[in-house]
Design a protein around this ligand. Structure first.
Ligand code: ATP
Length: 886
């Protein structure tokens, strides 16, 4: 492959790459090349293979401690103990390995679903394929909003503009051409090339792929190590922080327990072993990975509901989202436009809906009406024949209007050839064309009323051009149309005897009139907005449309309450500098739910403004100009069918079926996952706390130890992992959408979570210490039998602890935990493993198990269940008396 494709002629390059400008590669050839050049991806740095994942499990404080324990056991020549600990190490490492693999696999499959698609020519036909399958020699077709997926040399272009900020940092769009360039140019000057990772901001083009994957300019840069390391999500950071604090606390407690036991006359070796085992058991090493699994599973579940979440962080942010910014057209409305009425000559208005052709007869004699029709045909990008191709819905509706009014677009376009165009853009809010007739040039312009009328000096009265003096009448007429919820568009034109230049084209236009479109609200939107309201989430409409149209639609679907219609909406021109405003204005904006006539830059500023005031923002966008706002928002949301590839790339979440309502499913899922994570943290910590407390107090009170070192390790493997995982996979309950969103600054563990942890831990250790004292002092059984009774009580009590997790306000029997079948499965597995361990002699010996009588088993059951009763009594009493819902 040449490394300077920009310096070759197109012919040379195409020959060099053995491809064809119009036919592209054949599928077979493409397959062959894929095998040679490999998939078009830049491998992420730091991705571990299976062995690395396995070995990395050993790099863990828990394993170090366990290795220390093995050495200690060997030093005391306790070979059985040493072997048992080695087995524990192997099991721990294997569990970590399997869980990490599982998490990575889920993430990987999601990455595949969200892959970028690209349009290219293969075997002479246009096909859409996954970007990863692109190979050198492929012919790419480029359209506005497309993401460029490989380095390619341009073969054809029409006003092509490319944004290369991701590669060069340059934020303005660059014009591209197809001419040959000299050798040895830096990429910033290779204007006949397009590069992977950049995007088309305007115009169209066709290019032949010269490099893919790691060989692209982006690949080379990333290979230099410039790519940011994959960051931990905030949740992972919080969990790691929590783990670290708990490790420190555990060490202090362990040392205290060892010292106390030793001073009180317990055996030093036993105390050292107990200390080590306790440290292992109480370090919540599984937290981050269980959290990752819970998040990843949530993503998989959402993908089945047509919502693609691209990163774990987004799932977490979803649960805290309290503002959703959305555009109007296509998201809240159907975007199936139909012309409703036409207004010209101030007093003439025609409702076109439901009228037939006959009624329009004679109207073409009215000059303004006729010019609006001609303008609708000429200042229009919709193709006349291929009605299935991509086209602006405004333009399509206008063409159909002209046909209904008896016009023949084809004939008119033939008579007036387009010689120049100012394309529509959201910033400009208008479009204009210059057309050449038989002996004149005509400018046709259509767009937002304010932008069009500002350029007009005259208007039509009959066939006369008169000075446009009374703008206010037109303003009133537009407001009237808009307040019915119609989308409005203004029309103007001007005639020239000689060709005007681009600047002149839009000067001194003659105003023609306005057209109003119906764009009905989507059926299910109103209901969804009501759900958001109940869930404490504000929906803010940020639209490019007219204020009155926006207000009417917003009122219809419930974004604006009846009482809000005066204050809840504002035009973007009143926003001012959002980063420098007084508190009164800030509060007004924070209470505004509709922003009209907004340009993309203001969208970004609004997102920043909301974030600055402590909000977690979800932002829906579809254009290339929305990319900065999509990136800035905590949750950037793009549509799978509508909108540009660039928006989908920048977004965190893609709604595959374009349904606004799908966001609700995602938020619900986000909330459930966060709650699940909190639940298993409370479950794990309270169980661990019970172990520390039981052993510590037993040592202090000179009771037989309720837990021997290997028993602790056994518990750690059994009762911790399965129930915690099961809680992580819970589906939550419907009521979660009637709660307010989580506050962004809220810690993972709120005071209530800590109280719950302490309460459940205390309840369990009361039962364990109770049975220890009962067995030792009242039944007067041997220390070993006492220990066994306490050990079994602890196993059972920890398993029962899972039923403490639902809120006190919920029913004890029917709640999200009892409805979670994973929980029941986990309990069955744990009980089975416990039974198997006790029944299997070698393990039973290692765990110092002795036979117990039926009476002793019954006592165990009574003590174990009493821990649940105790915790529930306290929890429900707190709820009734103090209204604290743990
Ligand atoms: P939203 O931002 O909610 O999608 P919108 O589609 O009205 O609403 P924009 O696409 O930014 O927002 O359009 C802004 C304005 O530009 C429209 O209200 C309309 O007056 C005008 N406009 C829209 N499409 C065209 C077009 N194809 N040609 C000329 N003017 C247009």
């Amino acid at each position: 492959m040449t490394d300077q494709p920009y310096s070759l002629t197109i012919k040379e390059l195409v020959r060099h790459l053995s491809t064809h400008v119009n036919l592209g590669l054949t599928d077979r050839e493409a397959q062959k090349r894929l095998a040679i050049y490999k998939a078009n991806i830049i491998p992420e740095k730091g991705v571990k293979n299976k062995w690395q994942i396995f070995l990395s499990q050993f790099v863990d404080p828990i394993i170090y401690i366990l290795l220390g324990a093995t050495i200690l056991a060997m030093a005391y020549r306790d070979w059985a103990e040493a072997t048992a600990i080695v087995v524990v190490i192997l099991i721990t490492v294997s569990i970590g390995f399997v869980m990490e693999q599982q998490a990575l696999r889920s993430l990987d499959s999601l990455r595949k679903i969200s892959q970028t698609q690209v349009l290219l020519i293969r075997s002479g036909t246009r096909v859409k394929i996954k970007a990863t399958m692109v190979v050198p020699g492929d012919i790419l077709l480029l359209y506005p909003g497309d993401l460029i997926v490989a380095d390619a040399r341009l073969i054809e272009q029409d006003s092509l503009l490319v944004k290369e900020s991701s590669l060069t940092g340059e934020s303005i769009s660059l014009e591209k051409h197809t001419k040959v360039l000299p050798n040895k140019l830096p990429i910033t000057e290779q204007h006949n090339m397009v590069f992977k990772g950049t995007m088309v901001s305007g115009g169209t083009g066709k290019a032949v792929v010269t490099a893919t994957g790691i060989k692209t300019q982006l690949g080379k840069i990333q290979n230099l190590g410039l790519q940011a390391k994959q960051e931990q999500t905030p949740l992972e950071k919080k969990l790691n922080q929590l783990s670290k604090r708990l490790i420190a606390l555990t060490f202090i407690l362990t040392i205290l327990i060892i010292l106390t036991g030793y001073i009180k006359g317990q055996d030093l070796f036993l105390m050292l072993q107990t200390g080590i085992a306790l440290a292992v058991a109480t370090i919540p090493e599984g937290l981050p990975i269980v959290a990752t699994i819970a998040l990843a599973r949530g993503m998989v579940r959402l993908s089945k509901k047509q919502v693609i979440i691209k990163n774990l962080e987004a799932v977490e942010a979803l649960g805290a989202t309290n503002i959703i910014c959305t555009d109007k057209t296509g998201t809240l409305t159907e975007d199936r436009l139909q012309v409703h009425s036409i207004q010209w000559n101030k007093e003439k208005v025609l409702e076109v809906v439901h009228k037939n052709e006959v009624e329009f007869y004679g109207l073409s004699q009215e000059m303004a009406f006729n010019e609006i029709m001609v303008c609708s045909i000429l200042c229009n990008d919709a193709p006349l024949q291929d009605t299935n191709g991509p086209a602006d819905t405004v333009d399509v509706a206008l063409l159909s209007m002209t046909r209904n009014c008896g016009y023949e677009p084809m004939a008119i376009r033939k008579g007036f050839v387009e010689v120049d165009q100012i394309p529509f853009s959201t910033e400009r809010k208008m479009m204009a064309t210059l057309n050449k007739g038989s002996h004149k040039y005509v400018t046709h312009a259509k767009g937002a009323f304010e932008t069009i009328i500002d350029r007009c000096t005259t208007e039509l009265k009959g066939t006369q051009k008169i000075v446009l003096e009374d703008r206010d009448i037109w303003v009133k007429l537009v407001d009237q149309m808009a307040s019915k919820g119609l989308r409005t568009l203004a029309f103007a034109y001007s005639e020239w005897s000689t060709r005007p230049n681009a600047a002149q084209m839009l000067e001194q236009l003659t105003f023609l009139g306005i057209v109003g479109f119906i764009d009905p609200a989507r059926a299910d939107v109103k209901e969804t907005i009501a759900i958001y309201k109940r869930a404490g989430i504000r929906v803010v409409m940020i639209t490019g449309d007219h204020l009155e149209t926006a207000k009417k639609i917003a009122g219809d679907i419930g974004i604006l309450d009846k009482s809000d219609t005066m204050n809840g909406a504002m035009s973007a021109s009143d926003l001012g500098d959002l980063m420098n405003i007084d508190s009164k204005k800030a509060s007004q904006i924070l209470h505004t739910n509709v922003f009209a006539r907004v340009v993309p830059e203001q969208k970004l500023n609004l997102v920043k403004f909301f974030q600055k005031h402590g909000n977690i923002v979800g932002m829906i966008g579809d254009g290339i100009n929305d990319v900065p706002a999509l990136r800035k928002a905590e949750i950037g949301i793009a549509m799978g069918l509508r909108g540009t590839e660039a928006a989908r790339e920048a977004a965190d979440m893609i709604l595959k079926n374009d349904k606004f309502t799908a966001i609700e499913t995602a938020i619900h899922q986000g909330r459930v996952i966060y709650r699940n994570i909190r639940q298993f943290v409370v479950y794990l910590l309270s169980s661990n706390f019970a172990e520390v407390l039981s052993i510590g107090l037993a040592a202090l009170w000179l009771l037989p130890s309720p837990l021997l070192p290997l028993q602790i390790l056994f518990l750690n493997l059994i009762t911790d992992i399965f129930p915690a995982l099961a809680l992580g996979l819970g589906k939550g309950d419907k009521g979660i959408m009637s709660l307010l969103p989580r506050k962004s600054f809220e810690p993972l563990m709120t005071p209530n979570h800590w109280y719950a942890t302490l309460l459940y831990g205390l309840a369990i250790s009361t039962g364990v210490l109770g049975i220890t004292a009962y067995g030792y002092f009242i039944l007067e059984v041997t220390p070993q039998t006492t220990n066994n009774m306490a050990f079994y009580t602890l196993i059972l009590a920890q398993l029962l602890n899972i039923f403490n997790i639902p809120k006190a306000g919920e029913s004890f029997l029917r709640n999200e935990v009892t409805k979670n079948y994973w929980v029941w499965l986990a309990l069955v597995i744990c009980l089975f493993l416990a039974y198997a361990a006790i029944a299997y002699k070698p393990v039973a010996n290692a765990l110092s198990i002795v036979p117990l009588s039926w009476l002793q088993y019954k006592i165990i059951i009574v003590f174990a269940f009493s821990t649940l009763v105790l915790a529930q009594l306290f929890k429900r009493a707190l709820f009734v008396i103090k209204k604290v819902d743990l």
